[in-house]
Design a protein around this ligand. Structure first.
Ligand code: NDP
Length: 390
C-alpha cells in the first residue's frame, strides 16, 4: 500500500527539497500525496500537485484561488484557498506530514497535523517556539511522532540514539555565524538586504537566511531545543562552527560527546525524517575529511549578536514569551526587508517588545489554546510595527 503524505509549504525551500526527495524515491507510485500547499508561488504549486498527483492543492493567499484553479484545470486536483482551507487540509489523515510553512502562520495547520499524522516532520520551528507545550500535548494525545527537520535538532535526535535522555549533560547547538560572523558592530549597522540573505553555507528561504545573519534563527533554535528535548536553558550551549559540518552534539554526563556530521544540505535532515527509522541512500554529498582539513569552533559574541541573550531571557520568562519573541522578530524582519529599519534595529525592537509584554507572557501558557497564543502574537506584532528607532 502507498504511504499517504502531505506537504505544507511545499513551494518553499524545505518544501521543494521534500518534493525532490519524494520524486527521487518513486513519486506517486510510492506515495499517495494528499495535500500540497503554498501561498504566492502558484505556478510551482500547480506543477508540484501534477507531478505528485496530489488530491488537493491549497494556496494560503485567497486572492490566488482563481489562478490556482486555472492552472489545475482538467487535472482532477482540487484547488482551495485561505487560512481555513489550509487548516481543513491539515485534518486529512496521513502517515507522514511535512510542516514547512514559514512563520507563526504554520502553527494552526501544524496543530491539526499533530492531531492526525503518524509522523510529523517539523521544519516550522516557530510552532515550537510559540506553542511548544501545546504542540507536544497534542502529539502525546494523538500518538503522532515528532521528527525534527531543523538540521541541528535532527542531529540531536540522532545523537540521542547514543545514550539516555536522563544522562544528557549539555546540548551543543552549532551555528555557522552567518555572513557577518567577523564583522564589527559599526560594519553591521549598514548591512543591506542583499548582504543579509547571502548565507555562506546554506541555501535557504529569504526569511531564515536573514534570521541566520542576525542569529535570531539560532535563538529560535535554543527555544526549540528546550521544548523538543526537555532541557533547561543552562543545558543548551551555542557554539560557532563556520564549516556547518557538525550539525550539533550531545554531551553526556561522562563528558563524552556524540556529534552528527554531514554536508550542509537540508535533504539530509528532510530525508532522515522521511525515511526514519530506515536510512536509505540520499542525494547528499559524502564528506571528504582530507579536503575539509579543519573544523573550527568559537564562542559566539552576544554583544554583536544579542538574539542569543534574548533567547535565554525568553526561557527565563516562560509562558508565552516565545510567542511574543517570535512575533516581534517577524515584525522586525518585515520592517528590515521593507527598508524601514536597520539591521541592528531588529534586536532592539525585539528586546523592547519582549520586555513590554513579559509580565503578561509569563502569566499565560500555550496550553490555554491557539486563540490565546495568537492574541499575544497579534499584540507583539502591533507593538513591533509601532516601534521607533532611537
Ligand atoms: P520559504 O520562505 O522558502 O517557504 C515558505 C513556505 O511557506 C512557502 O511554501 C510559502 O509559499 C509558504 N507561505 C508563506 N507565507 C505563508 C502564509 N502566510 N501562510 C501559509 N503559507 C505561507 O521558507 P523555508 O522553506 O526556508 O522555511 C520553512 C520553515 O522551515 C521555516 O519555519 C524555517 O525556519 C524552517 N527551516 C528552514 C530551513 C531551510 O533550509 N530553508 C532549515 C531549517 C528550518 P509561497 O512560496 O508559495 O509564497
Amino acid at each position: 500500500m502507498r504511504r499517504t503524505v502531505s506537504i505544507f509549504g511545499s513551494t518553499g525551500s524545505i518544501g521543494c527539497n521534500t518534493v525532490d526527495l519524494l520524486l527521487r524515491q518513486g513519486g506517486a507510485a510510492v506515495y499517495d500525496v494528499k495535500v500540497v500547499t503554498g501561498a504566492r508561488n502558484i505556478k510551482s504549486l500547480a506543477e508540484q500537485a501534477v507531478l505528485l498527483k496530489a488530491d488537493v492543492a491549497v494556496t494560503a493567499d485567497a486572492t490566488q484561488l482563481f489562478a490556482l484553479k486555472e492552472a489545475l484545470e482538467g487535472t482532477g486536483i482540487t484547488a482551495t484557498a485561505g487560512a481555513d482551507a489550509l487548516r481543513d487540509a491539515a485534518t486529512i489523515k496521513v502517515d507522514w506530514a511535512m510542516s514547512a510553512i514559514v512563520g507563526s502562520a504554520g502553527l494552526a495547520p501544524t496543530l491539526e497535523m499533530a492531531k492526525q499524522a503518524g509522523i510529523l516532520a517539523l521544519a516550522n520551528k516557530e510552532s515550537l517556539v510559540c506553542a511548544g507545550e501545546l504542540v507536544k500535548a497534542t502529539c502525546a494525545e494523538s500518538g503522532c511522532i515528532l521528527v525534527p527537520v531543523d538540521s541541528e535538532h535532527c542531529a540531536i535526535f540522532q545523537a540521542l540514539a547514543g545514550g539516555k535522555h536522563a544522562d544528557i549533560s549539555r546540548i551543543i547547538l552549532t551555528a555557522s555565524g552567518g555572513p557577518f560572523r567577523d564583522w564589527t558592530l559599526d560594519e553591521m549597522a549598514d548591512v543591506t538586504l542583499s548582504q543579509a540573505i547571502a548565507h555562506p553555507n546554506w541555501d535557504m528561504g529569504q526569511r531564515i537566511s536573514i534570521d541566520s545573519a542576525t542569529m535570531f534563527n539560532k535563538a529560535l533554535e535554543v527555544i526549540e531545543a528546550h521544548q523538543l528535548f526537555n532541557v533547561s536553558a543552562e543545558q543548551i550551549e551555542v557554539v560557532v562552527h563556520p564549516q556547518s559540518i557538525v550539525h550539533s552534539m550531545i554531551e553526556y554526563k561522562d563528558h563524552s560527546v556524540i556529534a552528527q556530521l554531514a554536508a550542509p544540505d537540508m535533504r539530509g535532515a528532510i530525508g532522515f525524517a522521511l525515511n526514519w527509522p530506515e536510512r536509505p541512500p540520499l542525494p547528499v554529498e559524502q564528506l571528504n575529511f582530507g579536503a575539509i582539513a579543519q573544523l573550527n569552533f568559537a564562542t559566539p559574541d552576544e554583544n554583536r549578536f544579542p538574539a542569543l541573550r534574548l533567547a535565554r531571557r525568553v526561557l527565563e520568562i516562560g509562558g508565552l514569551a516565545g510567542a511574543v519573541f517570535n512575533a516581534a522578530k517577524e515584525s522586525a524582519l518585515d520592517r528590515f526587508i521593507s527598508g524601514d529599519i536597520g539591521f541592528l534595529d531588529m534586536a532592539r525592537l525585539v528586546e523592547t517588545v519582549l520586555e513590554s509584554l513579559h509580565v503578561e507572557a509569563s502569566q499565560s501558557s500555550s496550553l490555554e489554546g491557539l486563540e490565546t497564543v495568537m492574541a499575544i502574537d497579534e499584540k507583539a506584532r502591533t507593538k513591533g510595527k509601532n516601534w521607533m528607532p532611537a
